[in-house]
Write a new protein. Structure first.
Length: 328
């Protein structure tokens, strides 16, 4: 039997399949089922600062209803404040007690102070690591890309100084130089980079002339972008690489590891086919390894990275030009 154990951010994992931040972690039973199915670790759904702020605002508005008519009624009740992060933190802490596999908290904030404050609070729940979910759309044309990147570096450095657990950064693919951003984050001492964030785009209904939002699952074709960048970065930075988006089978996981991924993050495939499908993915990965006579993951990790292949240009523009030239 093939050895599927691996390490990620210094953590020991039984398998290289990590359940990505998703609704799967909203229920303890689902998390436990993922552990039984063979998940190496799980990223708990993100703590979003906007949700906390919106919840506090709605709570304040509900308390103020009717105050202008019966102001004296407010004195009947003690001062009450919105719970803020408490509900999320209690959920994470409870999950940590009931699950053995490594758990990774996920955080997305908008203000510099919130990143460090919430990161420290999440560390206090007993999670094994923290994933900074850098999910933001730069819409201000007056702000240069270098400024946005510098702000991210400051946040990452501040969080690294605030917590003692390993920290990873989940990146967008839309930086001018992904390689440069990855290198600078590596120098800041992040334990891993997760490639990539999957932006959910708004749509427009032409009949009602209104915006629509839809949760669309990833497809295997979407794996090509993170696969390329894992292959480009492997061996050039010290941080571990996690491939996220488009992993739907055990062979997809094999491709990611061949490119240099330490682990793969999976959500869409499990939401579509059920959490037990994770076991099928692991069996497929094992079958592929036995077919190719690999005893463990280390034996083929990075074998197809740019650093190790005979044709390093396969990851770059030359291959693109060749494909266009071959079109009939």
């Amino acid at each position: 039997m093939s050895d599927l154990t691996t390490t990620y951010m210094g953590l020991q994992l039984q398998t290289p399949i990590v359940v990505a931040a998703s609704s799967i972690s909203s229920y303890l039973e689902r998390i436990q089922n993922a552990e039984l199915a063979g998940a190496g670790a799980l990223v708990i759904r993100s703590l979003f600062e906007e949700q906390i702020l919106m919840g506090a605002q709605c709570y304040a508005e509900s308390l103020a209803v009717g105050a202008e008519s019966f102001a004296e009624a407010l004195s009947y009740f003690p001062d009450i404040e919105h719970g803020g992060t408490s509900e999320h933190l209690m959920w994470v802490e409870r999950t940590r007690k009931d699950v053995k596999m490594p758990l990774i908290a996920s955080l997305n904030a908008v203000s510099p102070g919130a990143w460090t404050q919430y990161a420290k609070q999440l560390e206090g729940t007993g999670v094994d690591a923290l994933e900074l979910n850098v999910y933001a759309v730069a819409t201000d044309p007056r702000v240069a890309g270098a400024v946005i990147e510098a702000q991210m570096y400051e946040i990452v450095q501040a969080v690294r100084e605030e917590v003692g657990i390993p920290v990873s950064v989940k990146l967008s693919p839309y930086y001018t130089s992904v390689a440069n951003v990855a290198t600078k984050l590596d120098l800041l001492g992040v334990s891993a980079l997760v490639l990539f964030n999957r932006f959910l785009q708004p749509d427009i209904d032409p009949e009602t002339e209104s915006f629509t939002q839809e949760m669309v699952y990833s497809t295997p074709q979407e794996m090509k972008l993170p696969l390329r960048w894992v292959g480009l970065l492997y061996g050039r930075i010290q941080a571990d690489l996690a491939l996220s988006t488009g992993v739907h089978s055990g062979r997809d996981a094999a491709k990611a590891i061949l490119a240099g991924a330490q682990v793969v993050q999976v959500a869409s495939a499990l939401l579509e086919k059920g959490i037990p499908y994770l076991s099928t993915m692991l069996r497929d990965l094992e079958a592929w390894m036995e077919e190719h006579e690999y005893a463990d993951l280390h034996a083929f990790r990075g074998k197809m990275s740019q650093k190790n292949v005979d044709n390093p240009f396969a990851f770059e523009r030359a291959q693109y030009v060749k494909l266009l030239a071959d079109q009939k």
